[in-house]
Design a protein around this ligand. Structure first.
Ligand SMILES: NC(=O)c1ccc[n+]([C@@H]2O[C@H](COP(=O)([O-])OP(=O)(O)OC[C@H]3O[C@@H](n4cnc5c(N)ncnc54)[C@H](OP(=O)(O)O)[C@@H]3O)[C@@H](O)[C@H]2O)c1
Length: 258
């Protein structure tokens, strides 16, 4: 299937590894040019042709606009993928989550997408076309006290995307979210990831934590970042030309309700 993405310009946030790296790679494979934002580069990101790496802290007020400015130097902006995010398990329960922790979570998981979208949208409005795909999470509608601040931030992120889709749909701009369940990235499986942190607290090895989580999905496994990337790239393409204001769950059947 030709996704007609050749020479389109995309901004991807949180692009150095995990889901963002897979999205960047998939876009490049389809012929798009990608402006990729994260604090650090990685060898995997640096080796991709057609990618401009911008090292930027997207939790700052000015970082998102700096990233978008780098894309606008290429003369157009067709696709925005708001992917950056992070989670910290709150092992001590709600009462131990400080204001600073809430604000950090809300800033990176919600405000970074709002600020990047604010910076990108005027160019899309002027062009009369554009697509915005945002990585939310099943925690947006499966709230979990272990990740209480992350869940609230992702719920707000999905809500924000839906509201924005209503405002800009008539201007040729589509806005959608994808909501993954557990994905095989550092967020879950890295040295500082969910499985290691929760495992250390429960005196269980990280592999055991991950296996237990995987068993909750009907498929019995985590999603792979490339599988999320395929969905995102399809939504970003004209092939999804009448798809907007929608959330796409990719969780191996973890969510039990319709
Ligand atoms: N993995 C899952 O199970 C899962 C499930 C549902 C939703 N998600 C969502 O998917 C998205 C990607 O997650 P992932 O699993 O791919 O995570 P990951 O492997 O930890 O990658 C996170 C990416 O974000 C970048 N990043 C983190 N903080 C940043 C900051 N302050 N400024 C700029 N870049 C920053 C990281 O690069 P640097 O550290 O170099 O900055 C990295 O490129 C997130 O929104 C996450 O909430 C993940």
């Amino acid at each position: 299937m030709d996704l007609n993405l050749k020479d389109k310009v995309a901004v991807v946030t949180g692009a150095s590894k995990g889901i963002g790296l897979a999205i960047t790679r998939a876009l490049v494979e389809e012929g798009a040019r990608v402006v990729a934002g994260s604090r650090r580069s990685t060898p995997e990101l640096a080796e991709l042709d057609g990618v401009r790496v911008v090292q930027v802290d997207l939790s700052t007020a000015e970082g998102p606009a700096d990233l978008v400015a780098a894309a606008l130097e290429l003369g157009r902006l067709d696709i925005l993928v708001n992917n950056v995010g992070a989670v910290s398990p709150r092992l001590g329960g709600f009462l131990e989550v400080t204001d600073d922790q809430w604000l950090q979570s809300l800033t990176l998981n919600l405000m970074a997408a709002i600020r990047t979208t604010r910076a990108a949208l005027p160019t899309m409005l002027a062009a009369g076309h554009g697509t915005i795909v945002t990585t939310s999470s099943v925690n947006a509608f499966l709230p979990d006290p272990l990740v209480i601040d992350y869940s609230a931030a992702k719920a707000a992120l999905t809500n924000f995307s839906k509201a924005l889709s209503k405002e800009v749909g008539a201007h040729g701009i589509r806005v959608n979210t994808v909501s993954p369940g557990p994905v095989t990235t550092d967020l879950w499986l890295g040295d500082q990831g969910m499985a290691a942190t929760v495992g250390a607290a429960k005196d269980t090895d990280p592999g055991g934590v991950a296996a237990q989580v995987a068993s909750q999905a009907e498929t019995g496994r985590f999603t792979h970042p490339e599988e999320v990337a395929d969905l995102v790239v399809f939504l970003a393409s004209d092939r999804a030309g009448n798809v907007t204001g929608t959330d796409f769950v990719i969780d191996g059947g973890l969510n039990q309700s319709l």
